[in-house]
Design a protein around this ligand. Sequence first.
Ligand code: ADP
Ligand code: MG
Length: 758
Amino acid sequence: MDKRTAIAKIKALAESGDTSGSNIEAVFARCYNAIKKTLDMTPFDEQLSAALSLSDGRMVQMQTGEGKTLAAVFAACAEALNGGGVHILTFNDYLAKRDYNWMKPVYDEMGVSVGYITESTDRVQRREQYKKQVVYLTAKEAGFDYLRDFVCFEPDDMVFPEELNLAIVDEADSILIDEARIPLVIAGDIAAQDSSDVAEVYEKLSGFEEDSEFEIDEESRNVYLTDEGADKAESIFSCNVYSSEGAPLLAKICACLKADAVLKEDKDYIVKDNSIILVDEFTGRAAAGRVFPGDLQAAVEAKHGLKITSRGRIMGNIALQYFARLYPKLAGMTGTAELAREEFEKLYGLSTDIIPTRLPCRRTDHPLEMYFDGAEKRRAVLTAIKEAAEIQRPVLVGTESIEESEELAEALRQNDISCAVLNAKNDEQEAAIIARAGEKGAVTISTNMAGRGVDIKLGGEDCRDKDFVTDAGGLLVLATSMRESSRITRQLRGRAGRQGDIGESRFFAALDDGLMTKFELKKLAGRHYPTQRISGAIQDKTLLKEADRVQRISEGDTFDERINLMKYTMIGEKHREQTFRRRKALLEGSYNSDQWQTHAPDMYEEAVKKFGENPLQEKQNLILAALLNEFWCDYLDYTAYLREGIHLTQVAGRNPAEEYNIACEEYYDSAADSIPERMAEKLGELLECDSIEEYEVQMPTRTYTYLLDDMAEEFKTKPLLLNIFDEEEPEPDKKTTPEKAPKEEKKGFFASLFGKKK
Ligand code: ADP
Ligand code: MG
């Protein structure tokens, strides 16, 4: 049945009240009536169309404000009534709770159980919530629960559903693309990572000069020592920084230099309550709990004279993109899917359906306005805001950083224009502020996508001054710079002109913007690049065209990066799944370890006599569960260590991804082979004990979770790596390449180069 026919049928069934069937049209018709009855809203055809696409496991593009929340309910109910569980993955906790409360009457009417989970939901409640047919929660909360289950030792502590089914991802491009690589991490206090001497290293580096002693790679934002710098470091620390013993020190040196010269307070992170809080580069919001990778966190702490925090040992991690892929069925919705169509297809096998807006869009989107420099640009932005403020037209300004937001707010204050600043520092009130951004005379300044998912109604939440604001031209959206991806700009523009409202968007950039210098607009534009100051917007068409190209290059780069990364991450995913599954089965009791019976039968006999068969089996399962944790910690350490050295493989003209995969596989197999032996050792220790309780199983006393942008970081440190795939003769990198390594046997080259960590 084509969509149009299906929609007509649904409405006809709903009208007639004959909705008892179990086919999708009948269920949708029931849902249609339930919505009318409980929420007093009549679903639009566009919402039914979106719902049908979602039910079909597709990515739906539906503009902001068109009513995606409602569309998801149809698909969720249909799946639930068909016997499958549904997780609706929301953009943040606030929206999980909001959408749950908002839609609960509909689910009640449909006889479908529904729940929600936020960061503050405790373990007992979580267990209960996960039993509901439909659960609203963020991918982050769900992913952390998945990880926490891997490190718990009581079956009753496990909360996550045994089998996943369908995930409907809201604001899908955020989770599936922008945040896709961000790993969720769980760490435990089983052996702390030692960054304690970073403060000392930081002190000693104070006199290092940029250019002569270290260089900054603009693109990767990483810092390298020059030859002169390396010599100086060697005399300060009396250690060869390029030797294998010197490697940890070199990492600390680079981290300290980077913390000092590259990372900026209020742009990359904020300092709050004596701790460092990262700022998410996409949302511009403080990412509580997220830390910089490796020694960098400690280095930034040292920079601000803070106490160096210890982070324990990483016991498990999963990138959001892989977490999403754990669901056998996936569907998504966002206002900007079209621009990422290929990526959704390639990474997730999701095809995209574009749902037209219900009413024609009446927003005027102006083309890019380019200015000579930041100062010119700020003047233009300020003028635009002033003009709007004079006629009390609401303005929403999207900035790139908290710093920029505050500067702009200050400039406005000096001009007697009051504004609301929506940023990482007051994210509690974020939703409330953004909801009021359409009020008469409102000036709202926000970083990238803060407040996503919250409706902006013209004339205020109650639409009191709708006519006034409409006459003034509706909401004006200003984007103050070009973003890594046009999707982000598009998302911002989409804030205006909702549901056929009038609106306008303007988009500013300057020649000295980060993106323009990073991708060398000057080179691209050639003689069209102005050599003298120009006041006002630059009109040169070629230059503007090249600036657009900068954005496409940036998009292509990040896309390729993500695809390439998968060549490194797939293998770990496979191993993780095997390990997690095995451990889960042990704890749930669906699988009993027979390691001792098979590999240490004599000791086993003796232990049965001493402790009894059942207690011994229980203990064996627990010990194996703990050993699998240890095994996995070692695996994560080892693979991180491998990736550190990946760039060296190019020296021997090898394909680093392939080498990496071989090395991981070898490590996994050999570590798995060692399990019987390690288990037997533990049985020996157990036999020494007088009672079975006396033997303590190694488990963490405390675990904690955080988000870590480490994959991205780690691979960004190898700019070359990303360019050499499938190339015959890679260019050796002067900065990172030591003496040319001899050619070796292909298999296991990597492992032989680095040796195996024991
Ligand atoms: P989106 O997630 O697509 O941005 P929302 O689901 O937040 O949009 O809905 C935006 C607004 O549209 C909400 O205020 C909601 O009440 C309203 N809305 C959605 N569907 C309907 C409908 N069928 N009839 C009337 N109002 C609707
Ligand atoms: Mg929404």
